[in-house]
Design a protein around this ligand. Structure first.
Ligand SMILES: Nc1nc2c(ncn2[C@@H]2O[C@H](COP(=O)(O)OP(=O)(O)OP(=O)(O)O)[C@@H](O)[C@H]2O)c(=O)[nH]1
Ligand SMILES: [Mg+2]
Length: 283
């Protein structure tokens, strides 16, 4: 893998260069901002490219605050992030059958075979919490896992399963869209993207759909251990290409992070990120 810091640096340089040409990058004129100095070039850059969490002034972001292998800035809401216990709660066939309590939750979404169940297992450090398989389409229900008795990880069915019938695919979209639009306790969607392949249309469409519907998301790039696919580009190049393709859809770029369920890359960083989203949501 490229050294995450230098990767971020080169990625940032690319984006910084092109942001200067963006017509919509106007000075921030919010009330609190207007009283201060005009935003510096660096802060404007941080606001466009980095994920700056609540409680952090883009002016104050330093390199040490950025999680390795990501664009995520760690702020004051980051806290206890380790997983002590996890229990499977239930599988739901419909959004309205999901657990009814006020605990915050994160939904794991992505193409079939992208590594959703593997990521859950890696976060939890258990092999059989979420069932993984080499056969795509294994997870067909909304599965709630309760972590530390205080928040949920939700494993969703993969989209784009080629062998599924048309009816099954339509079912998928109404079922999961219903979940996204109506689930009040959803803190963020973790949209998993396979970094070992070039950007896929279906992932781009999904990202755009979530963006249009103002559903908070974090891009979790999976399989970053697959250093050299037999042909094609390296994970960091695929990631950069993906970001370029979706960049115009967001004023502020969503959080993104590189992971591997095989090596554990990004695991602790992702957990820390989830802790800051959760703690902010909680208060
Ligand atoms: N090299 C590598 N392989 C991975 C990684 N994550 C998952 N895989 C493999 O990818 C395949 C699919 O993983 P799953 O976790 O079952 O994928 P899923 O997204 O849950 O699939 P569905 O439930 O069918 O939607 C398995 O063979 C995993 O071993 C990773 O980080 N690196
Ligand atoms: Mg699965």
């Amino acid at each position: 893998l490229p050294k995450s810091a230098s990767f971020l640096f080169s990625f940032n340089k690319t984006i910084a260069h092109s942001t200067h040409k963006r017509p919509e990058s106007k000075p921030d004129v919010s009330a609190s901002r207007a009283a201060k100095q005009p935003m510096s070039e660096r802060a404007r850059f941080a606001k466009t490219v980095l994920f700056v969490p609540p409680g952090v002034d883009p002016e104050d972001v330093t390199d040490e605050m950025i999680l390795p292998g990501s664009n995520i800035v760690v702020g004051p809401y980051a806290g206890h992030s380790q997983i002590k216990e996890v229990e499977f709660v239930k599988s739901s066939g419909r959004a309205k059958d999901c657990p009814k309590d006020d605990r915050p939750e994160f939904a794991i979404l992505g193409r079939s075979n992208v590594g959703k169940s593997s990521l859950i297992n890696a976060l939890v450090r258990k092999k059989e919490v979420a069932l993984t398989s080499k056969k795509p389409g294994k997870t067909q229900l909304i599965n709630h896992f309760l972590v530390n008795k205080s928040w949920y990880i939700v494993d969703l069915p993969g989209y784009g399963f080629a062998r599924a019938s048309n009816a099954a695919r339509t079912d998928w979209s109404s079922f999961t869209k219903g979940y996204f639009l109506n689930r009040d306790t959803l803190v963020a969607v973790l949209l998993l993207i396979d970094a070992s392949v070039p950007p896929q249309r279906i992932d781009l469409d999904c990202a755009k759909w979530l963006g249009r519907n103002n559903i908070p998301m974090t891009f979790v790039f999976t399989k970053c251990d697959k250093l050299k696919a037999s042909k094609g580009k390296r994970p960091d190049e695929n990631i950069r290409d993906f970001q370029e393709l979706i960049r115009e859809n967001y004023k502020q770029h969503p959080a993104w992070i590189m992971t591997s369920s095989v090596t554990g890359l990004g695991r602790d960083e992702l957990l820390l990120h989830l802790s800051q989203l959760r703690n902010y949501w909680d208060q």
